[in-house]
Design a protein around this ligand. Structure first.
Ligand code: NDP
Ligand code: 13P
Length: 314
């Protein structure tokens, strides 16, 4: 399978998940002339959507990924079919990333991660954005790059799928903290400190997992942090903002449009950080806040009054 073969051809693309992100990605591929079929639990049979497709893109919330992957497994697909995952979460049972789940279920297929600063509402409004596609199989990433690239969606390739996937996933926890920061009106200095130290925490976790440091300084790490920590369009930011305003987590989630993956990611991350002995002070305070163990103000004090230390351990 070569990139050249695909450069001018129009592909058949199945999008699994008709939520905010699945619908936006479907529009981007369709606008480039590709044949796009979208599947959701309420819609057509998955079998009809998967028939003869060259690309299967999953934009399913983390909670449904394992189940949907095993549904897909029961249908015959060409060995050339490329899987793309756009989910930003971690599996609660195994702490696996979505791409690790897809790769385990489809060990002989190319799997590509798509992640970046991509607030779907802005993409629906046709505002310009950039993203990253990453795979261990470079030609697969290049094919996916061609499918989605346009004058309003700039797609970069990257050889570190784990780093790209973790960037988009881990930033959701920091986005909750950023929402708290703004909800408490702590100011621009506090927000800059939070996001910067949040990035340090993401790099620390990512390195332990085997991801490359520099990936976190790219679009899928720093880029996505900047987008979600500064925008009320981010559901994760909204969760933090509402909690800071005194709402309960149950009330906040009940009124939220769509999925805020950071809530579950935070639980999984705490589990993994404890197992691996990784210091994650911001994640820990977000976890305690979500559990109702601390108030937003107490979480702030806990972070500010930690033992003083050097910025980096060189
Ligand atoms: N919105 C955004 O701006 C972006 C979102 N993402 C990520 O994409 C993923 C989806 O987000 P988004 O589209 O916004 O979320 P939505 O809540 O809008 O949609 C979630 C989608 O997942 C499906 N789904 C949920 N649970 C299950 C299940 N158990 N089995 C099968 N399907 C299920 C829903 O199906 P149904 O409609 O049938 O309920 C729906 O299609 C998340 O991981 C998110 O972090 C990534 C980048 C940008
Ligand atoms: O990941 C996103 C933008 O890149 C979407 O953020 P939320 O899931 O917080 O809305």
């Amino acid at each position: 399978m070569s990139e050249q073969m695909y450069s001018n051809s129009k592909l058949s693309v199945a999008i699994l998940g008709a939520g905010a992100w699945g619908a936006s990605l479907a529009n981007l591929a369709a606008a480039n002339g590709h044949q796009v079929r979208v599947w959701s639990r309420q819609g057509s049979q998955i079998q009809a959507v998967l028939k003869d497709v060259q690309i299967v893109l999953s934009a399913i919330s983390m909670i449904g990924v394992r189940d949907v992957a095993s549904q897909v497994q029961s249908f015959p697909l060409s060995p050339e079919t490329i899987f793309v995952t756009a989910t930003k979460g971690l599996d609660p049972q195994t702490t696996c990333t979505p791409s690790q789940i897809w790769q385990t279920v489809f060990p002989n297929h190319a799997v590509v991660v798509l992640s970046g600063p991509n607030l779907s509402k802005e993409i629906q409004m046709e505002l310009p954005a950039a993203t990253v596609v990453a795979s261990n199989i470079p030609t697969a990433a290049e094919i996916v790059q061609l499918v989605f690239s346009s004058g309003r969606f700039r797609v970069y390739t990257n050889p570190d799928p784990l780093g790209v996937e973790l960037g988009g996933t881990l930033k959701n926890v920091i986005a909750i903290a950023a929402g708290v920061c703004d909800g408490l009106q702590l100011g621009t200095n506090a927000k800059a400190a939070l996001v910067t130290r949040g990035l340090t925490e993401m790099v620390r976790i990512g390195n332990n997992w085997g991801a490359k440091t520099e990936t976190f300084y790219g679009l899928s790490g720093l880029g996505d942090l900047l987008a979600t920590c500064n925008s009320p369009l981010s559901r994760n930011y909204q969760v933090g903002y509402q909690l800071a305003g005194g709402k309960s987590l149950t009330e906040t989630l009940a009124n939220l449009q769509g999925t805020a993956e950071g809530v579950n990611t935070c639980q999984v991350l705490m589990q993994r950080a404890k197992q691996q002995n990784i210091p994650v002070p911001i994640t820990e305070q977000v976890y305690r806040l979500l559990q109702g163990e601390v108030t937003p103000r107490q979480a702030l004090d806990e972070l500010m009054l930690r033992d003083i230390k050097p910025e980096y351990n060189y």
